[in-house]
Ligand binder design. Structure first.
Ligand code: DLL
Length: 445
């Protein structure tokens, strides 16, 4: 892996970067401090929840004199946004809110987010920056398979691709057969999708006798769910593309909070001219951890008008790494999982991405798997079953040994005992967007 400087990154690509992408760390931190001071004062003055929380914590915006003072300020959580449903977090009058998005709200109320016209322009700029970093160029045709609607993926990616100067094909998620027809007919250069949905598309192509490596696609910009290096390898080889990561969350903006550079493919650069990241100890949030240490990612927005967000606890577990292709902007390591997606199996912590990593190293097994948690009648111990499809190319006879290897590897690398059930190709549910991997069938406590 190379670690180019800003100059060599620029020289290596034909792209014109934003000035903020190439500034020095010192200049960036000075910009962060002034923007942060503005944001905490702005949030305090305009959003009652922030005023209340800052007052309760005994901090005032004037206490923010240097970047490390941010640690004195209280966190914001998804629960805060839910309690302020629908518009209590907005810092501008409704007439100035140009667009609203919302999370699906599978548990409890949806969280609602809003954008002013300037917020939308900043968002488009950052998605454009992310796409460009990942190899997409003005003039390219971009097939956007993120879902349109209240989810930020579709419209967020759309506006970014337009801002970059691409021709956007707004197909949204689902209707996989149609996606394939349009990929063949319109010949896009890049595809934007969740990694598991791209896998669904590739899989459906193979079923139709189309070689996924034979399409016009050269780049994929994938995010909205955790994925692994092994999944990158799988998608890049089956589709003959370069696949890069894009990260974001609706409460902080949407896609484009961070994006990965195609020349290094070493994790997404957080666009630190707009967001100040921190890593905290998920179990003791008062502890702010240093770069390189794993913990929970926390974000403070630096430029948002409609929904300034102070120290938002993402629940995403990762670590901060030094900038490479964009030296001033730190990278985030791969998200191992969300703290609320963590399976605790007989005292051992486990994330679906660990299973993905291990399973994809076993040639007989496919990337299509589900995790089922049960507690058999009369037993106190939970049981994990990994249900995974065999590869089309292998016979049912060899799968017994592959199942055994997977079971052993999970025991060695994760520390959990489990049952592996290798099933027929095509028998598990396919992704349409964010894939559900965990099926928790344990009786509710
Ligand atoms: O998923 C925004 C997005 C759309 C990002 C399209 C990238 C591409 P939410 O629905 O609010 O927003 O979900 C945010 O998804 O906290 C992570 O847990 C997860 N996530 C998003 N991007 C990545 C990624 C969008 N690149 C939640 N890697 C976040 C791992 C991701 N997890």
């Amino acid at each position: 892996m190379t670690t180019p400087t800003a100059e060599s990154a620029l020289a290596a690509s034909d792209a014109v970067l934003d000035r903020e992408e190439t500034i020095s760390r010192d200049e960036l931190e000075a910009l962060q401090l002034s923007r942060l001071q503005h944001t905490v004062a702005y949030a305090y003055d305009r959003v009652p929840l922030y005023k209340r929380k800052f007052d309760e914590a005994g901090v005032h915006p004037t206490d923010l004199r240097e970047l490390s003072d941010l640690g004195k300020f209280p966190f914001t959580t998804k629960e805060d946004l839910r309690l302020e449903y629908p518009f209590g977090m907005f810092a501008v009058p409704q007439q100035e809110v140009a667009r609203i998005h919302a999370s699906s709200g599978t548990t409890g109320r949806a969280t609602v987010v809003g954008y002013t016209k300037k917020d939308l322009a900043d968002w488009a700029k950052l998605v454009a920056r992310s796409l460009r970093a990942s190899g997409v160029r003005p003039g390219m045709k971009v097939h956007n398979a993120y879902g349109y609607g209240l989810f930020t993926g579709g419209m967020g990616a759309h506006a970014g691709a337009e801002a970059l100067g691409c021709t956007v094909i707004p197909i949204s998620g689902g209707q996989t057969e149609r996606q394939i027809t349009l990929i063949q007919d319109f010949k896009p250069d890049a595809i934007l999708a969740t990694p598991t949905y791209l896998l669904t598309i590739a899989d459906a192509m193979m079923k139709q006798g189309i070689d996924p490596a034979s399409t016009s696609l050269k780049y994929a910009v994938l995010g909205a769910e955790p994925w692994t290096e092994e999944m990158r390898h799988e998608l890049e080889t089956t589709m003959n593309i370069k696949a890069c990561d894009i990260y974001g969350l609706s409460e902080v903006m949407g896609p484009g909070v961070a994006g990965e550079a195609v020349e290094t493919q070493d994790g997404s650069h957080i666009w630190e001219d707009h967001f100040r990241p921190e890593i905290i100890d998920a179990f003791d949030p008062s502890v702010v951890l240093g770069d390189g240490e794993p913990g929970e990612l926390v974000f403070t927005s630096l430029t948002k008008e409609a929904l300034p967000i102070i120290r938002y606890r993402t629940k995403d577990l990762t670590r901060l790494l030094p900038g490479t292709a964009r030296p001033a902007h730190r990278r985030m390591g791969r998200i191992t999982g969300r703290s609320d997606d963590m399976i605790i199996l007989r005292g051992v912590n486990l994330f679906p991405s660990q299973i993905e990593e291990i399973a994809l190293r076993i040639p007989e097994l496919s990337p299509h798997f589900q995790l089922e948690l049960t507690r058999p009648e009369g037993q106190r111990m939970d049981q994990l079953t990994v249900r995974i499809e065999r590869r089309e190319s292998v016979t049912a006879e060899v799968v017994a040994s592959a199942a055994k290897v997977l079971q052993q590897q999970i025991k060695i690398h994760v520390g959990s005992s489990c049952t592996v059930d290798v099933v027929e190709p095509g028998s598990l549910e396919r992704s349409n967007g964010k894939l559900r991997r965990i099926y928790d069938m344990r009786p509710k406590a």
